[in-house]
Write a new protein. Sequence first.
Length: 141
Amino acid sequence: MFTWTKGDSLKLSQHFSSHEFECPCGCKRQKISKSLIAKLESIRTKLKAPLKITSGYRCATYQKKLRDAGHQTSPKRSQHELGRAVDVAVQHDLMPYLLINCAWHFKSIGDGTRIQSPFVHVDERRSRPRVWVYGEEKGTA
């Protein structure tokens, strides 16, 4: 697990830095899985295009704020809280390729490619494979 203090600049891989994965609230301690970063780096290399992390680590306080606001997220402890999940996007024409590449690397995928601000949720959940579509069924991330 990579760990750092919010505001620190830590190079996590060739194309990713710690600031891209930081919780948007005021919490200090940040974390993200090293193997998650390695998988994202592999996908980024295959696509030959930047990946935009739309949501990385989330502290428990921020996760509760999302739940309370009615966002489609985990009713329990989120994989984002564990530092084992991200929501990622690419330029519009590459979204189908992002989804396919994510399916090669992750067992747990949330397809948000058909909503207004498209993204793909991936996480390193250790349980059975899970796939869901945002905006159609009530999925959890």
